[in-house]
Design a protein around this ligand. Sequence first.
Ligand code: PHE
Length: 466
Amino acid sequence: MRFLPLVSSLVGLSLLSLAACSGGPAESLPKEIVVGQYGSLTGAEATFGISTKNGIELATEELNGKGGVAGMKIRMVVEDDQGKPEEAATAVSKIISQDRPVAVLGEVASTNSLAAAPLLQTNSIPMISPSSTNPKVTEQGDFIFRVCFIDPFQGTAVAKFAYTSKGLRNVGILKDVKSDYSTGLAQFFTETFTGMGGTIASEEAYSKGDVDFKAQLTTLLAKNPDAIFIPGYYTDVGLIARQARDLGFKGPFLGGDGWDSAELTKIGGEAIIGSYFTNHYAVDDPNPVVQGFIQKYDAKYHEKPDGLAALGYDSAQVLYSAMAEIAKDPKLADALGDRSSVPATEEGRKAARSALRDAIARTAGYVGVTGTITIDDHRNAQKPAVVVEVTADGNKFVESIAPDGPGGAPPAAPVDAPPAAPADPAAAPPADPAMMKDMKPGMPMEGMPMPPSGAPKGDAPKPGGK
Ligand code: PHE
C-alpha cells in the first residue's frame, strides 16, 4: 500500500518532465529576469569579486524594490572563479547552460574576462565588464562591453602624473607576465613616459602566485630608480613594497587600478604609504552622486565602497537601463523573462538579447558613480581617471586626468585643465544615482567635461540618459 503513492508520484513526475519537454509547465515558471555574474569571491584577488558583487547587489535591490523591469524581478546568479582564468571559463559555461541568463556581468581582472568573453560572444549573450581595462577584452566581439576606461589611457595617466606632477625621470617597472592587464599597462606607461623624455631604469617580471620578489627587486634597485611602477594586483603589490623597503628602497611606488583594495595597506603596511595609483573613483570626491552612493553602500555593508563596488553598481545600472528601454516592447519583455529550456522559445530569447546588446551599445551620457558613461564604437567608456595617494587613513584624491588619449573623442570642455580639487559640487546633479538615469545627456554633471554631443557613433539614435 505504501508503494502506490510512490508510483503515482513517480508517474506524475515523469508526466511533468514530459510536459516540460513539450513546452507545457515551462510557461508556469515565475517570470523573472536572470542575470549572471562571475568573479573572484575567493583567492588572492577576493576583494575584487566581493566588492563588485556588493555594488551589483545594491543596484539590483534598488531596481527590484521599485518593481523590477516590466514587472519582473532581476535574479542574479553569481559564480566564484577564484580569480583564475580557467575557472572563469568554467563558471561562465555553467551559468550559460544552467541558468540561461539574458546578460552577464564580469569579470574584474582582464585575463579572466578574456577567458570567458568568447563563450558569451558565441552564445550571443551581452557581457559588461565593470572594470577590465585591457583593450583586448571588448575586441572579443560585439556582445562584449565595459563601463570603465582602458589601459592605453590609464598608462598615459600614470606616466603624465609621474613625469609632470612628480617630476620623476627614471622609473623601474615590475610587472606580472601572467596578467594581460599588467603587461599591457607596463607597455602603455613606458610608451608615454619615454615619449615625454623619461627613462625606464629596468623592467623586471614575476608570475601570478609568486611571493618572493627579492631577486627581481635586487636587479631593479641596482639601476637606482626614482620610483617603481608596479602594474599588478593588491596582494602582489603589498608584498613587493615590503620587500623593496627591506632591500633599502626609499622612493615612491606607482600603480594602476589593480591596487584598489582595503587589503593593500593591510598587506603592504608602512611600506606602501605615500604611494600613488590611478583609479576610477575617489572616496573623498565631494560630488553628491559619489557621496550619495557611499552613504547607501555604507548603510548596507558597513564599509566604504572601493572603486570595484562603484563600477559594479554602474555596470548593473547601465544594463538595467538598457533592459528597461527594450522592455517597452511587450514581446521583448516577455522574452527577457522567458526562462524555459524549450528550444522553440530560444529564437525569441536570442532576439531579446540582441535588442539588449543594441540598447547597451546606445548608452550615452549615463551619469554613473564613476563618471559619465557613453559607450563608444569599440564598446568602451571614456572617463576621467583619478590619481589617489595611499595614506594611513585611506586613499586620498590627488588629481583628475581627463580622457584625451588614444581612440578618445575629445570632450567638449577643455581637456588639459586638470582640476586642482575633486569635482565642483555646485555643478552636481541630485544626490540619488538611481535618479540619474532620468538625466539628459549634455547636462553639466559632476564638474567633468561631457562627451561631445554628436559623438561618436553612426548607426542608431541614442536614447541617451534613458
Ligand atoms: N583593471 C584591472 C584589470 O583589467 C582590474 C581592476 C579594476 C582592479 C579596478 C581593481 C580595480 O585587470
